[in-house]
Design a protein. Structure first.
Length: 301
């Protein structure tokens, strides 16, 4: 059942990869498609999911706390490992992103397929907490000696359309207004376009040629991201008293491959772009095997 649910999602990624390699519809199309999805369509999905989410539910707070704990434990472990094996920021930044950053498009698609609308609202709450934290951790890791100023961090966070959509959706949920005047239908149409387009763009962004470089480092970050992180999430979930549904959300987002947007941030802050591209490509291919495995283990627990 898990394989039947998940394989169409990875088929879309493969389709995007194949289309981009054949140059269809054009090389210029894919960056533009990724941009409109990242700036408009996916924020609409987040906003609409959060605007009607039960944000006052104590379970949502527990899920947010578990998300923060999982990410901070992983980041702290990597920082401690860096003391033993020193690494410049341009290399450490991609490695940290490869462990704590996650592919939101694939995560939402998996949750939608497995848990439906209820799971979607919980996933949106997870993202509202995790996306700002992951961005801050990524910027700090890519900045030599953690030299990012508070204003620089705040500016980077507030320019992120996903974070703005999360903040707006949470504000709307607390206001109790919902989505008036038919705006729910508009946002629903935009949201329906987001996930398929996002998965196609994920495939188009893959760069298999980069896997020839840094193979051992890519393998290490992939094991940490795809197997160790979901195991850590399973250990954290009981500490916060998460329900089965909340545990599933935490584990799914902890077992996802790193997001392609990590490459853009890495390049912007002077990180090792080819290393980041290799991590993204390797993890996306491997996740087709590890994600069903993780979900099968979770199902049996």
């Amino acid at each position: 059942m898990i394989l039947l649910t998940i394989w169409p999602l990875f088929a879309l990624i493969c389709l995007g990869f194949g289309l981009a390699r054949t140059g269809f519809p054009s090389r210029e199309f894919w960056p533009a498609a990724e941009r409109i999805n990242y700036m408009v369509l996916f924020p609409a999905l987040l906003f609409s999911s959060l605007a009607t989410a039960p944000v006052r539910d104590a379970g949502m707070l527990r899920l947010g706390g578990a998300a923060v704990a999982t990410l901070l434990v992983a980041a702290l472990a990597l920082m401690l490992a860096r003391r033993v094996w020193p690494s410049p920021a341009r290399r450490f930044g991609p490695a940290l992103q490869g462990v704590v950053r996650f592919n939101t498009y694939l995560g939402f698609a998996v949750v939608t397929a497995l848990a439906g609308p209820e799971g979607l609202s919980r996933a949106a709450v997870y993202l509202a907490i995790a996306v700002p934290l992951v961005n801050v951790l990524s910027i700090l890791a890519l900045t030599e000696r953690g030299g990012a100023t508070g204003l620089r961090l705040l500016g980077a966070v507030l320019r992120n359309p996903l974070i703005l959509a999360c903040l707006g959706g949470i504000a709307m949920a607390f206001s109790g207004l919902g989505l008036p005047f038919g705006s729910d239908a508009l946002l629903r149409l935009m949201a329906q376009a987001s996930l398929p387009l996002g998965l196609l763009c994920v495939g188009a962004a893959l760069q298999p040629a980069t896997l020839r470089q840094d193979l051992r480092a890519v393998a290490a970050t992939s094991v940490l991201r795809l197997l160790v992180m979901p195991a850590l999430a399973l250990g954290v979930a009981p500490l916060f008293g998460l329900s089965a549904a909340e545990t599933m959300i935490l584990v799914i987002f902890s077992a996802l491959p790193v997001a392609p947007t990590a490459y853009v941030l890495t390049r912007q802050l002077g990180g090792d772009g080819p290393f980041m591209a290799a991590i993204i490509t390797g993890q996306t291919f491997l996740a087709a095997l590890t994600l069903p495995l993780v979900l099968s283990v979770l199902e049996r627990m």
